[in-house]
Design a protein around this ligand. Structure first.
Ligand code: GLN
Length: 451
């Protein structure tokens, strides 16, 4: 723990952490030390973790990357973080993120952008770590945390893992409790580990998975020992390559990475076949309509009355207006406005209902394909990490880079990004493995075969 705290201090220029908790970390570590010596170690005993700042942590400030949660200190602990502390893990600090997890770069944070510890060859510019769990991925890549918790609504665990050369796992919707995880889009949000190895991610998933009576969308499914899947052979498995995902203009290095991954699985005895997911081409608009609609509703609770920032006004209405005007950043406001628009009378059928219908068709495509294959393989992101500052003034271009991650959130499936290669400019590239609902084990098995 001390070594990780030292490393955090050395790498503070990355801005990976919003809050550091060194005193608590050392106290937790001392407790773990005793348990280890007594031979009563729990599964994550003494492992120093970083936690994305949208998990409510009792007694530790929680901001979700927003000014509106200024000075908010939760009086309760999220289920997922409670589980990792109960398993013996040590909290190093809370990591930076796009405001309310809205973004793909960690640049929309009120606390400034996080940097990727990796740089391109012959290019001194700082790169983004991806987002929205960019602080968590940056910390793991910089070795200032052994592993981290992120959350994934449309790729926020997998895309930063791809950008930072680490592993990111999004479990099946309902596999982990969302209780105490600050909501962005409730029908898409899921907790997920970011780690250096597939096995580490599996070990963390063991700790965070399982039903919770406080979250009615968590599912009562047995939780296997996911670690046992890492290293199991992929011989005889059927792996699908969705042909529509080979987008026009996809970069050569990303195409090569994908082909290399398919060849690796084939060499190990898997049957790699082409499959079709025709409805996925409508996933981006459907995702952004649904995510913004749910966000506009979820974010109505930030009114200056109950917690966080309050900016006074002459009336209650004015106080709420002033608080929200000052407390929310530009991207969050854009999404509240668009989400409110698509839910309003007269537009609901044209946008929101249509998006829900498209979501169902996308899900059906996956159901069909999973009748004949065990898992799917495709890139995590069409691009590697881009320079800090880029794409900030072009929200639509920023939304488009989520093309490979959002479909599995719409369909509720488990997926993992593994570091699988290097881009033309020497940056990490991730490959994504997607599985059937509640078959994270298969995803882990195939993921491990790719690294
Ligand atoms: N980039 C996507 C968005 O902004 C996904 C973010 C996430 O998974 N939290 O909505």
């Amino acid at each position: 723990t001390q070594a990780f705290l030292d490393r955090m201090a050395q790498t503070r220029d990355l801005n990976a952490f919003i809050t550091e908790t060194p005193e608590r970390a050392l106290a937790d570590a001392a407790g773990s030390d005793q348990k280890l010596r007594a031979g009563t170690a729990r599964p994550l005993e003494g492992l120093p973790l970083a936690v994305k700042d949208n998990y409510c942590t009792e007694g530790v400030p929680t901001t979700a990357g927003s000014h509106i949660l200024n000075n908010f200190v939760p009086c309760y602990e999220s289920t997922v973080t409670r589980k990792v502390w109960d398993a013996g893990a040590v909290l190093l600090g809370k990591t930076n993120m796009d405001e309310f997890a809205m973004g793909s770069s960690t640049m929309t944070s009120h606390f400034g952008p996080t940097r990727n510890p990796l740089k391109a060859q012959n290019d001194p510019r700082h790169r983004v770590p991806g987002g929205s769990s960019g602080g968590s991925a940056s910390a793991v890549a910089a070795r200032s945390a052994l592993a981290a918790l992120g959350s994934d609504t449309g790729g926020s665990v997998r895309q930063p893992a791809s950008f930072c050369g680490v592993v990111g796992l999004k479990p099946t919707y309902g596999r982990c409790s969302r209780w105490g995880l600050i909501a962005y889009a409730s029908s898409l949000d899921q907790a997920g580990p970011i780690a250096r190895t597939v096995r580490d991610a599996a070990i963390l998933l063991n700790a965070i998975a399982g039903p919770d009576e406080k979250d009615s969308t968590s599912v009562n499914q047995s939780v296997p020992d996911f670690e046992l899947f890492a290293g199991q052979p992929v011989k005889g498995m059927r792996i699908g390559i969705p042909k529509e995902y080979r987008l026009d203009g996809l970069r050569d290095d990303v195409v090569a990475l994908w082909e290399h991954g398919a060849a690796m699985l084939r060499d190990q005895g898997a049957d790699v076949v082409e499959v079709s997911l025709p409805m996925s081409r409508y996933a981006l608009p459907a995702y952004y309509i649904i995510a913004m609609a749910e966000a506009s509703s979820n974010l109505s609770r930030f009114d200056g009355v109950r917690y966080g920032l309050r900016v006074d006004g002459d009336s209650l209405a004015e106080m709420i207006e002033n608080t929200r005007a000052e407390g929310f950043g530009e991207e969050v406001k854009r999404r509240i406005l668009l989400g409110t628009f698509t839910l309003s009378a007269g537009y609901y059928d044209a946008y929101y209902r249509k998006a829900q219908q498209v979501r169902m068709l996308i899900k059906r495509d996956f159901d069909t394909v999973f009748g004949s294959v065990d898992a799917l393989l495709y890139p995590t992101s069409p691009i590697p990490a881009f320079p800090v500052g880029e794409l900030m003034d072009d929200p639509v271009a920023m939304y488009l880079i989520d093309v490979y991650t959002i479909t599995v959130n719409l369909a509720g499936l488990p997926a993992m990004s593994v570091p699988a290669g290097t881009s033309a400019e020497g940056l990490p590239l991730g490959l994504q493995v997607v599985g059937k609902p509640f078959e994270e084990g298969t995803v882990i098995r195939v993921g491990e075969a790719l690294v």
